[in-house]
Design a binder for this molecule. Structure first.
Ligand code: ZN
Length: 466
């Protein structure tokens, strides 16, 4: 155990620099105290219940061994106690739609995908309070041993759920260059599904899109229905990338379990809403932050320290460069992004109102779609679209865990992992307060938060936290 702790500290120090290394050293000491009690906080437990004042919890070996009113707390002998008066405790957030290790800065290439680049991003997710992610289909097989190692122990970075490689119809939209994941026939599709399941995929992903009509085809129903049926036979849920209403409608008929994006070509109608509800199709991820990011030639939060701490000065300079702004403005699809975002937001609101189940997911990971930061932006956009902050938090915690079938994360209840996000201000008063991160725990390990790191610079170069 001691050796493993040391190696964790080392890998963290490579990522976060000297200050973080010192911090990790201090935490390694604290971690040897196996029992921690947090008390006098307001609890938002992830089940959808409203806030409960003056609560307490006990963490034993990384799991919640007791949760209840502070007045009823029986302090275990030797427990380290933290008074969190005025703070808010939530389950760690779950991002149900990410891609890992695809970029170096904002340059995207599968060659950058290594265990090291993936772990670096998983630490960054955790720093932002995102304690679990689901990768959706562009990871090499190296993702499986990494996930298995986390699942067998007590990670100090975001937990991974993965579909392995998603299924792409040859010549249509999906996947990433350099990863062989396209199929041409239903038989090939079934074989690919079986292969992903044999490797240990948690679910199956497929893409049905043609990039605003710029590609000659989308995955036909003969293939998508084979993928969905084979996944079901293998005991796995199927998750579809969609863009068009017609495809969402057809996939619902075929028995898809979830959508990884909104219908974005037109407003959704009561007919499709009704069928999604009747068949239990989830809007697993609305990816509003993804759609919003495309509407800017220069992202609007480059001066926000909550963002800037997570990227290098080189990335910030590149995002600000006039050449990049000019290039994005001149892209043939640029004018299509604003109406696409409007459709996505309206359709998400319509689904929530109609009672379609939904989670929270961003599609972070491809170039200029930033791990962690986008999850907080996503929550803000979900609330702006028309749900309450409590609903948005529940989507990102209890509901996402339910969709993943992850029984020991997503809520703050006895028996679950101590994956926790501690905030200075109430996220129910203003959803943007999810950014007031005080502490993050993964499996009971207190990890460096985004306010304690300063990527690519000396520790004091990002200014004072908050
Ligand atoms: Zn995606």
């Amino acid at each position: 155990m001691r050796a493993r702790r040391n190696s964790r500290s080392l890998s963290s120090s490579r990522i976060f620099g000297l200050a973080a290394a010192i911090l990790c050293g201090a935490l390694a000491g604290a971690a040897s105290a196996e029992t921690v009690a947090l008390r006098h906080f307001t609890l938002i437990d992830g089940t959808g219940r409203g806030p409960a004042a003056d609560q307490a919890l006990v963490i034993t070996d990384g799991r919640l061994s007791w949760v209840g009113p502070a007045a009823k707390l029986k302090l275990p002998a030797g427990a380290r106690v933290e008074d969190l008066r005025g703070k808010y405790v939530l389950p760690g957030l779950i991002d149900s739609h990410v891609h890992l290790g695809l970029v170096n800065g904002i340059a995207q290439d599968i060659k950058y995908q290594t265990p090291e680049s993936i772990e670096k991003q998983l630490h960054l997710y955790a720093a932002y309070g995102i304690t679990s992610v689901q990768t959706l289909g562009t990871e090499k097989d190296l993702i499986f041993p990494l996930r298995n190692a986390e699942r067998a122990g007590r990670p100090d970075m975001a937990r991974v759920f993965t579909v392995g490689q998603g299924v792409v119809f040859k010549g249509s939209y999906g996947g990433v260059p350099g990863l062989d994941q396209s199929v041409a026939t239903p038989e090939e599709a079934r074989r690919m599904v079986d292969a992903q399941v044999a490797k240990g995929a948690d679910a199956i992903k497929l893409w049905v899109d043609d990039e605003f009509g710029t590609l000659s085809s989308r995955m036909p129903p003969a293939i998508s229905s084979a993928v969905i049926e084979e996944a079901r036979k293998d005991g796995k849920k199927s998750i579809a990338h969609i863009f068009y209403y017609d495809n969402a409608s057809e996939l619902t008929r075929e028995g898809i379990n979830a959508f990884a994006h909104e219908v974005r070509d037109r407003p959704i109608d009561t007919a499709l809403l009704g069928r999604m509800k009747a068949k239990g199709v989830w809007q697993m991820a609305a990816t509003l932050s993804r759609e919003a990011s495309f509407t800017y030639t220069m992202l609007p939060f480059l001066d926000d320290p909550f963002f800037a701490r997570g990227v290098t000065p080189e990335v910030l300079a590149e995002l600000r460069s006039p050449e990049r702004v000019k290039k994005l403005a001149a892209a043939p699809n640029f004018s299509k992004y604003a109406p696409t975002l409007r459709n996505a937001m309206a359709n998400f609101a319509a689904e929530a109102k109609a009672g379609v189940r939904y989670g929270m997911g961003t599609d972070s990971g491809p170039s200029a779609r930033f791990p962690g930061y986008f999850a907080h932006w996503e929550l803000e956009l979900m609330v702006r679209a028309g749900i309450t902050p409590l609903q948005a938090i529940t989507a990102a915690t209890g509901h996402n865990a339910e969709f993943l079938g992850a029984r020991d994360i997503g809520t703050v209840q006895a028996g679950k992992w101590a994956d926790l996000l501690v905030l200075d201000k109430s996220p129910l008063a203003d959803i943007r307060n999810t950014r007031t991160i005080h502490e993050v725990f993964v499996a009971g390990h207190k990890v460096p938060t985004i306010w304690q790191i300063c990527t690519g610079r000396s520790a004091d170069a990002c200014g004072k936290a908050e």
